[in-house]
Design a protein around this ligand. Sequence first.
Ligand code: SAH
Ligand code: SF4
Ligand code: F3S
Length: 456
Amino acid sequence: MSALAHFSKTLAPKVFIKSFGCQMNVYDAERMKDVLAGEGYGGAETIEDADLVILNTCHIRERATEKVFSELGKVREIKEARELRGLQTKIAVAGCVAQAEGGEILRRQSSVDLVIGPQSYHRLPDLLARAGNGARVIETEFPPEDKFDHLAAPSQQAIRKRGVTAFVTIQEGCDKFCSFCVVPFTRGAETSRPLAAVIADVERLTAAGVAEVTLLGQNVNAWHGLDEGGTARGLRTLCERLSDVPGLKRIRYTTSHPNDFDAELIAAHADIEKLMPFVHLPVQSGSDRILKAMNRKHRRAKYLDIVQKLRKARPDIALSSDFIVGFPGETDADFEETLDLIREAGLASAFSFKYSPRPGTKAAESGEQVAEEVKAERLARLQTLEIEQRTAFNTATVGRELDVLFEKQGRHSGQIGGKTPYLQAVHVDGPESLIGQVARVKIISTKPNSLAGELV
Ligand code: SAH
Ligand code: SF4
Ligand code: F3S
């Protein structure tokens, strides 16, 4: 029986997906919508209007899990209100909390019909058909087949609706086991999609007007997909091959890992014109002692060496990073080294987080946990420095002419918005016909999170 048969009251069932966490989840949400579109599902504008609600969860930090339970409380109320109107609602929990705490979710929230881990999204129709009307289903195994071989491709219409930039997952999972991190447990072992499969996905996207792709992976530069002849290739080769795809104007990738940053990929930033000069390269700490305790296999000097080489290959490159403050055992001196690295690397932006002990990880068991006030104080100091450097980076673009890929209408009529090569948001007065195009823009002013410019 198809999942559709359960929705006797509504002709076309509607799904609402709420995603938390990283870009991989944003991408996965689209894949789930594509699979469900094949089953007749349309998109719901609100949860109240949805026959199926999927919470696509993130497990990276503590508050994320609590957020899921509080969201589930709200969705349950809506489900009950809909029941009074004679409408059925299925609730599914997907993503990394589903993978890590699926059993707990079923125990704590009786309204949940389905728990589905990230590796099983291609099985969604089948699992939905089994769930509901009192039947509760949990699927958190790592299935033997590759989900990407079974996931439905989006329609050209669906791609057009999503805009001119798109994500494409090329690599998933992680074998690195940093001592603070849940990802190796929630996303499984590292896998790479074959070269031809990625190219086919990108060709489908560009045929529907996509101009920029961001290649996604938990360690995207560990990508080692097989080429047509069965030889494993690196990310540089993939970027080179994607460069030839007609209509594709820009290539980005995220998130990269210092250990997998080879000389070829660095050189790619000098040689491949479509590869954008912005790299997100998380380091986590500037202290070797802490990096060692984190089980990060790189050290401060190695990170700064990559930065230096990238700048040599592409002098205008902009770099961003991730930081954890208050990792167990982090002293004031360790933290100062982190601030110092942010300055030395000349980072244009950064994401920073207070260390959050995750059950099942090694660092959570450390007896040297840092006090909450200390974490908060360090985070505030790091973020002050980050804003300073980001503002300085943005200010330095004032007066320059940059290529902007226009993505959407601006907030005011007659305004359009896009991104610079360095991933800065820009607004200009200009025609909508430029959406999907790259045009030259002179930057005239900056705000903390965006630039204003005029068409040249
Ligand atoms: N694969 C990437 C990061 C993936 S997780 C890398 O190795 O850099 C995204 C970010 O979440 C991490 O870079 C880290 O800064 C943060 N993070 C992960 N676990 C965390 C934890 N337990 N507490 C606080 N921040 C964490
Ligand atoms: Fe997590 Fe480390 Fe893997 Fe990144 S490299 S996903 S931080 S375990
Ligand atoms: Fe979160 Fe899972 Fe992404 S834990 S950051 S949604 S890989």
